[in-house]
Design a protein around this ligand. Structure first.
Ligand SMILES: NC(=O)c1ccc[n+]([C@@H]2O[C@H](COP(=O)([O-])OP(=O)(O)OC[C@H]3O[C@@H](n4cnc5c(N)ncnc54)[C@H](O)[C@@H]3O)[C@@H](O)[C@H]2O)c1
Length: 432
């Protein structure tokens, strides 16, 4: 393919070297003359392993050129990758001035040109940015089909960027509505790259970086508190990483229920208490319980907003297949609903009040002494013909639930149970 790359900084230079390596023809564009001269002569403007060799080879083979003239680049290529900077203002706000400027230049040239063009934004931008750029600068071209617009986030790591290009840890392509990108762009994106809509593709980049930052901070805080207690946390973290089922895995990475139960809240509390006692600041670990409480408060607010009179709660314990009610978020939700005078029924086939003992029983005796009157095994009678259904757990199979749900029900999905959307009720996802 013939590709323009706008912005020959770190991302643009690496992309230029890697695309020419696999046979594409690249025209680099930058406003800085030194970078243009450097790329045009096959010399990397940045330090990055393997890049000098790739650029030298590409220039020698006639696959690489560079210019300050954007019109010339658009004329001779079919697709433009925008890799200009998106710096932060002092208040943290993102400055999209360079992306908008380059997009405007590309759009102006495509309007007067005889051929269509694909525009691929790679600069990191907050969700909604691509849509705004489309609306503000490209509406006529997108409408006529003369220009197609994609958001294609960049995940390369400096220092291993060329190796990462050959073996990417993640590739995502943002299209307007999440539909598949056109086949002819497979040589650029890779045939297997998943498509999502523009804002999701923009968000993936931030979610990844926020998660990486969280991991680093987490390991550092465990290191600090470990040292205070005479533990070498390097070996602790090595062991933690050996559990690839619960620790390094998709487990616990699904938006949904607040955490609860007898371990997570208690253990986080103990660790942060120990940190405070030893004078160690652990802002990440300290923020876990407040964040979970904020999540629960949001859930309670949403249930109160959606509830009219009758409410049925599917699942009261802190997760499926247990009767453990200790620090169960749903006990809090139920209490709030009762306090507001709603008619509440609870369906939880794992709960057998006669068998509850110890702390588990105390939770109920203190917080919901009349739980026995709320628990029901007759879900059909509890649901009636209308009302709010809070699905906190998959504690009933879908085929049993389906005939009991009418268009008059509202289904609040707290657990992330996608099939609930197919039921006739009004569906509301908790945090999606
Ligand atoms: N550096 C990384 O590791 C990395 C990784 C992933 C994503 N990103 C994102 O990619 C984007 C680019 O990052 P970078 O590190 O390559 O930035 P950079 O500052 O190194 O390079 C940006 C280049 O864009 C050029 N430019 C500015 N306005 C221009 C215009 N109107 N026309 C042509 N060129 C213009 C600048 O002269 C500069 O050479 C940013 O949004 C960044 O957040 C960077």
């Amino acid at each position: 393919m013939k590709v323009s790359i706008f912005g020959l900084g770190y991302v643009g230079a690496v992309t230029a070297g890697c695309l020419t390596k696999v046979g594409h023809t690249v025209v680099g564009v930058d406003v800085q003359a030194e970078k243009v001269e450097s790329i045009a002569s096959g010399v990397s403007p940045i330090i990055e392993p393997e890049l000098d060799g790739l650029l030298a080879e590409a220039a020698k083979n006639g696959l690489l050129s560079a210019t300050q003239n954007h019109e010339q680049a658009i004329e001779t290529t079919d697709v433009s990758l925008v890799c200009v900077g998106t710096p932060s203002a002092e208040n943290g706000e993102l400055n999209l001035q360079f992306v908008r400027q380059v997009t405007g230049q590309i759009a102006d040239k495509v309007r007067v040109s005889g051929k269509s063009h694909d525009l691929v934004l790679r600069s990191t931008m907050l969700p909604g940015s691509t849509q705004k750029i489309a609306t503000d600068l490209l509406a006529d071209l997108l409408e006529s089909g003369k220009l197609r617009l994609f958001f294609y986030p960049e995940f390369l790591r400096e220092g291993t960027a060329v190796a990462d290009f050959d073996d990417p840890s993640l590739v995502v392509v943002g299209t307007h509505d999440g539909s598949a990108f056109p086949n002819e762009l497979s040589p650029l994106f890779g045939a297997d790259a998943p498509s999502v809509n523009w804002p999701s593709a923009e968000m993936v980049k931030y979610a990844c970086n926020a998660f990486h930052a969280t991991k680093v901070t987490f390991a550092n805080e465990i290191g600090r508190i470990g040292k205070n207690m005479g533990v070498d946390s390097r070996s602790v973290m090595r062991l933690l990483c050996q559990d690839t089922r619960l620790n390094l895995s998709p487990y616990y990475l699904r938006p949904g229920n607040p955490f609860g139960g007898s371990c997570l809240p208690k253990d986080v509390r103990a660790l942060t208490h120990e940190g405070r006692r030893g004078g160690e600041e652990l802002p990440l670990l300290e923020s876990l319980l407040p964040s979970n409480e904020a999540h629960l408060a949001k859930l309670i607010e949403l249930t109160k907003r959606l509830a009219k009179d009758r409410v049925t709660l599917l699942g009261l314990s802190f997760k499926s297949d247990t009767d453990d009610l200790r620090e169960s978020p749903m006990v809090e939700v139920a209490q709030h609903l009762l306090g507001r005078g709603f008619e509440l029924s609870i369906y939880d086939p794992q709960l057998n009040l006669a068998k509850l003992i110890g702390t588990n029983k105390r939770v109920i005796d203190e917080k919901m002494p009349h739980l026995a009157t709320l628990l029901t095994g007759d879900l059909g009678a509890a649901l009636g013909q209308s009302g709010l259904v809070i699905a906190a757990q998959k504690c009933i199979d879908l085929e049993t639930l389906r005939p009991l749900i009418t268009t008059e029900h509202t289904l609040l999905d707290v657990n992330g149970w996608p099939e609930l959307r197919d039921l006739p009720a009004h569906y509301e996802g908790f945090c999606w």
